[in-house]
Design a protein around this ligand. Structure first.
Ligand code: HEM
Length: 533
């Protein structure tokens, strides 16, 4: 008979053998899985860790310089590179029409789920910008698409003028005296947000009035983007950490749940708007005021009315539409304004040429005081070249725009990508493709848009990814460009602006491209002075 000691030893040795066996099996299955993962896209070159894990590219994002890392990676491995087990990026704009098609069937990846605001009661809020579901996208986009067409853009100009007047007044009273140095970039950001507030809710947020980030809204968006950016690379981690009741509770109690702050703001504005519209219905004479009077309806009035008049549209749609305006249409415009102004100041000969063009056009049209009409500046060649160059150099959304390869696979830049592969281009990298934009693509040179005729210009425009492309191209781009052209012409015509130290200008890529350090001095200029005098 076995003693108790023998039984224990026997059990122990058997348990060890079973554990060892299970461990070996797990290792074998893990290795097999890694091998299969590696094998699937082994024909696409890329850094080794990328073949087996997404943590590598999430780490790149945490450095806040993923755009530069991706540029290096393309430099080393070529125009099509594997950056994740199932993810491939391209740098040559020739791939744009293949990946960003006008048809359905090449949907957005899970990257975009991480940008959805989460509410434990109603789940994740899908917006036009961030839904990968193509049917949902169609449902959300169709009712409002016509509000954003180029023909409709002039309808918003009056509201932009209103905010420009305020910007001018604030710059005059704060910074003209004593040659004061100030961070012009913040004021451009305040302007962009107050314009979007006016266009969307008929209400400024008060950034320009106070010269501050009122209610910490800008800070909240930054927090949201900073926490979301690395998670865009590993969507399941976002689900685990934030998109469930437990994760959400922990975020709220121990971190900031920034998207909720924005949703709270949007929800309050919608409540106020519904109340104003209901009151206006009762009293016909206040109808004009609720609808924006001579300025026309704001976006939110359109959104609420569209939903009220069509039972097919879900009740949460106005929130989703408004969330898109606030998230997609404010920081982005401010960022392009800062890039364009920074480069004009850093390359004064381009500023001088722009000033001359604006002054001549205003002199001949008689529409210049205090800011020219959009019709006057809309098609000015050099202004347009400067704005295009700003759009090219510093895309405000700056990680690859990911799509999922449809059934049957697809060939991109000569490489076959099987069904289910995630593929995208970083706008920063694509916009600096030397074969397309020239050997000096790293530098600010608006002349590149003018020197080879209209057809070449159109080709360059189609080669940029700043606004995305194809079916999911930015809906608000015409509105954004109008704001930028109006702002630049106003500043250049009215002020002599000097940058204090271009080296102080810094950028941070947290999916949104944040910037700081645009220190400047301004003086009022007489209509005849040139920027260099
Ligand atoms: C001028 C600066 C702007 C830039 C650089 C910009 C950029 C972009 C980009 C890159 C996308 C999505 C691309 C993708 O994921 O593939 C997008 C989509 C979108 N943008 Fe903009 N945007 C700007 C201004 C605006 C404005 C002013 C609005 C609203 C008033 C707006 C509303 C939207 C909407 C609704 C979408 C979703 C379109 C869709 O998925 O069908 N954007 N934008």
């Amino acid at each position: 008979m076995m003693s108790a000691q023998d039984v224990a030893a026997w059990t122990w040795s058997h348990a060890s053998v079973v554990t060892l066996g299970l461990f070996s099996l797990a290792c074998l299955l893990g290795a097999l899985q890694l091998f299969r993962t590696w094998r699937r896209l082994r024909h696409i070159p890329g850094p080794f860790p990328a073949c087996i894990t997404n943590f590598h590219r999430a780490y790149w994002v945490t450095t806040k310089r993923a755009h530069l890392i991706l540029q290096d990676v393309h430099e080393k491995y070529g125009e099509i590179v594997r950056i994740g087990p199932n993810t491939v990026v391209f740098s040559n704009p020739e791939a744009i029409p293949t990946v960003y098609t006008a048809r359905t069937g090449f949907p957005k990846s899970e990257f975009y789920l991480t940008l959805q605001a989460y509410n434990p009661n109603s789940g994740a809020l899908q917006a036009i910008f961030n839904t990968p579901d193509e049917d949902m996208h169609k449902r959300l986009k169709s009712p409002i698409a016509s509000l954003f067409t180029p023909n409709n853009v002039p309808a918003y100009e009056g509201r932009v003028d209103e905010v420009l007047a305020l910007l001018g007044a604030r710059l005059d009273e704060q910074f003209l005296q004593h040659d004061r140095i100030f961070e012009l970039g913040s004021w451009l950001q305040f302007f962009a947000f107050d314009v979007m507030g006016t266009l969307t809710f008929s209400k400024r947020y008060g950034f320009l009035e106070t010269g501050k980030d009122v209610g910490r809204m800008l800070g909240t968006i930054k927090d949201f983007m900073r926490s979301s950016a690395p998670l865009t690379q590993i969507a399941w981690l976002d689900w685990l950490l934030r998109k469930n009741r437990v994760g959400d509770w922990l975020q709220r109690h121990f971190f900031t749940q920034a998207s909720m702050g924005i949703l709270g703001f949007v929800g309050k504005a919608i409540g106020e708007k519904r109340a104003a519209l209901a009151a206006a219905e009762k009293a016909a004479d206040t109808n004009a005021a609720a609808h924006g009077g001579k300025l026309g309806k704001d976006f939110l009035t359109h959104y609420v009315e569209l939903q009220q008049n069509d039972p097919q549209i879900p009740p949460w749609a106005p929130t989703a539409w408004t969330f898109s305006n606030v998230i997609a249409g404010s920081d982005s415009v401010g960022s392009l304004m800062r890039t364009t102004v920074f480069n004009l100041l850093a390359y004064p000969h381009t500023l001088e040429r722009l000033y001359e063009e604006l002054r001549d056009s205003v002199d001949s049209s008689g529409s210049g005081s205090p800011f020219p009409a959009y019709a006057t500046v809309r098609n000015l060649p050099y202004l347009d070249a400067c704005v295009q160059e700003g759009i090219r150099m510093h895309p405000p959304f700056c990680l690859p725009f990911e799509r999922v390869v449809p059934r049957g696979g697809v060939t991109v830049l000569g490489k076959f990508l099987p069904e289910g592969t995630v593929v995208g281009g970083s706008p920063y990298v694509v916009n600096r493709h030397r074969g397309t934009f020239g050997d000096d693509a790293e530098f600010w040179r608006p002349e590149r848009w003018l020197e080879k005729g209209d057809e070449h210009k159109r080709k360059l425009e189609q080669s940029m990814l700043t606004f995305g492309s194809g079916r999911r191209v930015c809906l608000g781009r015409h509105v954004g460009i109008m704001e930028i052209k109006k702002l630049i012409s106003f500043l250049v015509l009215n002020y002599d602006i000097r940058i204090v130290d271009p080296e102080k200008f810094e950028v941070e890529n947290s999916w949104f491209f944040f910037q700081k350090g645009l220190y400047a001095r301004i003086r009022k200029r007489s209509q005849t002075a040139s920027p260099s005098t």
